[in-house]
Design a protein around this ligand. Structure first.
Ligand SMILES: *Cc1c(COP(=O)(O)O)cnc(C)c1O
Length: 451
């Protein structure tokens, strides 16, 4: 009964009501929280970011040795940042409004090892677990680089330990590939929507894939349960892991270096606006935490979600965080957007990071696919549909004068703005599957309404 009353009250908020109708929505923070205060309020120690970077540094020689696709960066896992002026122009025409400033694409679809943003967080947690076990066993010291883990004996040590994760696919890929390479017994619990090729790829690397009938939360819960029964198994918890979060956050300083090398200025009169696809929230949340440390108040973070699975938007808007699921407002959580089919948000991100998130945008699967098709046609870049979710945000900001004025984004600053759409995955999608995404996206680009 109280549940029902609460729901009525929640739906009296027009944003929540629009989310419940699976409409495309956009809402923005009323006023900015200074980034230093927001970092403080998060209760998360910024030192975890530098610690993660140092860990990636220790493992760089190991990656260069074990994963040939990391050799061009000597083992550092990083992705290119590319300008997409033709796409900017095309979308300006479609939306009937030219976007001031410059539009860029952050190509995490090209991240080595696992081809998605999960190569930041998921891999970091595996490295942290490996270091801890090796150091406890006296097989590694903090001064060593991680090639010592290739010594005979270490693989046997790791074979006695398990790593488990629940995933819609991409997190399972990144963790499974690296954990199995290190020699861990690795189990990935997959939700129903996970793609067959991801399961096949993991099995080919000796990973145990357990399929579950339910959604992402069910897969996570099942993984958590089985790991809890076995103290020798480390469970990577996508809903609350600080280690995952730390790995994602290392992107902040890296992006600062990339922008500097491209002579792109970011400061109080040259804003940086970053558009991040959001599933459970760890990826975009961690990246935002890193960006705030790197750029302070000059950076704005906007999260993008599918209309059928707007868990972060719903959790933050209602203040209920992981106590509310999209099913509570009548949504089915089903979306073609891999990695974004999540019904309940991470509390770590929703509750602790909400003051760093400037805006929340939802969009239909059809629009994501249309962006993806256009990107193929116009820039010759192929990403997965979920990875294109960030393209809606820049134009949503253009429509929202109240937000721009509250955040001081006047015409001059908008003309100086750097807009980054964070493309979160795609390079591991099999060619045939990508071709069918592209064909559908091209068709939808001509069919959907751009008004
Ligand atoms: C996981 C994922 C995201 C979002 O990350 P979360 O941590 O789940 O919010 C975005 N895009 C792709 C392609 C992903 O795999």
């Amino acid at each position: 009964m109280t549940q029902l009353l609460d729901l009525e009250q929640l739906l009296s908020d027009p944003v929540v009501a629009a989310l419940a109708r699976a409409e495309e929505t956009a809402w923005f923070s009323q006023s900015p929280t200074p980034s230093a205060a927001a970092i403080e309020a998060s209760g998360i120690d910024p030192a975890i970011t530098a610690d993660a970077r140092a860990r990636f540094g220790r493992f760089a020689p190991w990656f260069a040795e074990r994963f040939p696709d990391t050799r061009p960066t000597h083992g550092i896992l990083e992705s290119p940042l590319v300008g997409i002026p033709e796409m900017q122009r095309e979308l300006g025409t479609r939306f009937g409004r030219e976007l001031p400033g410059k539009l860029w694409l952050k190509r995490d679809d090209l991240l080595p090892v696992s081809g998605s943003i999960k190569a930041r967080g998921g891999i970091h947690e595996v490295l942290q677990v490996a270091e801890r076990i090796a150091m406890d066993a006296g097989m590694m010291t903090p001064a060593d680089d991680a090639r010592v883990l290739m010594a005979p004996g270490v693989k046997e040590l790791f074979a006695q330990h398990g790593i488990a994760v629940g995933s819609t696919g991409n997190l399972g890929l990144s963790i499974g590939i690296v954990a199995s390479e290190l020699g861990f017994k690795t189990t990935v619990h997959m939700s129903l929507d996970a793609r067959a090729w991801k399961k096949d790829l993991l099995r080919s690397r000796g990973v145990t894939v357990v399929e579950h009938d339910g959604d992402f939360s069910d897969a996570v819960a099942a993984g958590r349960r089985t790991a809890a029964e076995d103290p020798g198994v480390w469970f990577v918890d996508d809903e609350s892991s600080l280690s995952l979060f730390a790995g994602y956050s290392a992107a902040g300083d890296r992006l600062a270096g990339q922008l500097a090398s491209l002579e792109v200025t970011v400061d109080q009169t040259h804003p940086l606006i970053v558009h991040l696809p959001c599933g459970v929230g760890g990826g975009p949340g961690g990246v935002t935490f890193g960006l705030k440390q790197a750029f302070g108040d000059a950076v704005h973070a906007i999260f993008a979600e599918p209309v059928n699975a707007p868990c972060m938007s719903l959790g933050v808007r209602t203040g209920l965080h992981d106590s509310i699921s999209v099913t509570d407002i009548g949504l089915d959580g089903v979306t073609a957007a891999d990695g974004l089919a999540v019904g309940r948000p991470s509390r770590l991100v929703g509750e602790h990071l909400q003051q760093m998130i400037d805006g929340f945008v939802t969009l239909t699967d059809e629009r994501m696919k249309a962006f993806q098709g256009l990107l193929h046609n116009i820039e010759g870049i192929d990403i997965e549909p979920s990875a294109a979710a960030g393209f809606a945000g820049p134009w949503r900001i253009l429509q929202n004068a109240a937000y721009r004025s509250a955040f001081g984004l006047d015409d001059e600053k908008m003309a100086n703005a750097t807009h980054i759409v964070w493309a979160t995955g795609g390079s591991m999608v099999p060619l045939q599957e990508m071709a069918s995404y592209v064909a559908e996206g091209q068709r939808l680009a001509t069919e959907i309404s751009w008004a």
